[in-house]
Design a protein around this ligand. Structure first.
Ligand code: RP5
Length: 191
């Protein structure tokens, strides 16, 4: 139940677990119908060598991990509040939050509650952009263009890279692969 999930988040927040056992990136989305768009965030983190942590502490060997939850700002506001409020104590460094529709409030509300943990917002559709980015002065959010969850996860990794050389190296490696890919495409244009 939602209450069980909230209890779990609060218990994890109180556990004072060592940083190497806690998830680094949180991926949340307003509905499982957002998943096809949010898959890009998983793809980017997988390409960067992050491991998915499906249960707290179940990936102790992975140096960098992410977790993911469906959290609805409108259907489960109490869960959204608990997720944002416990984010820092649970060891998250950055959150990628996606929502769709015209009332795409999960990213912006989570950014308010989790502050100063940065939230990278993903408008799941074009019509969600204003809702995600339209924050008042003093309530910051960083956001990508509609559907660009892959970029959101790269931005999340950039946040981690300021403190972790291994993540920086992986980001540079991925960029080099993309550069090589562009060159390969050019070479094949007139084949
Ligand atoms: C938003 O409402 C969700 O992020 C989703 O994009 C949209 C529709 O949700 P469902 O009705 O498909 O569950 O809050």
């Amino acid at each position: 139940t939602v209450e069980d999930l909230i209890d779990r988040l609060e218990a994890e927040a109180a556990a004072d677990a060592p940083p190497e056992t806690t998830p680094d990136v949180g991926i949340i989305m307003g509905s499982d119908s957002d998943l096809p768009v949010m898959e890009g965030a998983y793809d980017a983190l997988d390409e960067l060598g992050f491991a998915e942590q499906t249960e707290f502490h179940d990936a102790p060997d992975a140096r960098f991990t992410y977790e993911s939850y469906v959290v609805s700002a409108h259907r489960t506001p109490e869960l959204m509040y608990a997720y944002g409020e416990t984010a820092a104590a649970r060891g998250l460094d950055v959150i990628v939050a996606g929502a769709g529709g015209k009332s795409a409030d999960l990213p912006n509300m989570t950014a308010s509650v989790a502050y100063p943990i940065p939230v990278i917002g993903v408008p799941v559709q074009e019509k969600s952009v204003d809702s995600v980015i339209g924050m008042p002065t003093g309530a910051p959010i960083v956001a990508v263009d509609a559907g660009k969850s892959y970029n959101a996860a790269l931005s999340a990794a950039q946040v981690l890279a300021r403190e972790h050389d291994a993540v920086e190296e992986r980001l540079i490696g991925l960029h080099d692969e993309q550069k090589a890919g562009v060159a390969d495409v050019s070479a094949g244009l007139h084949d």
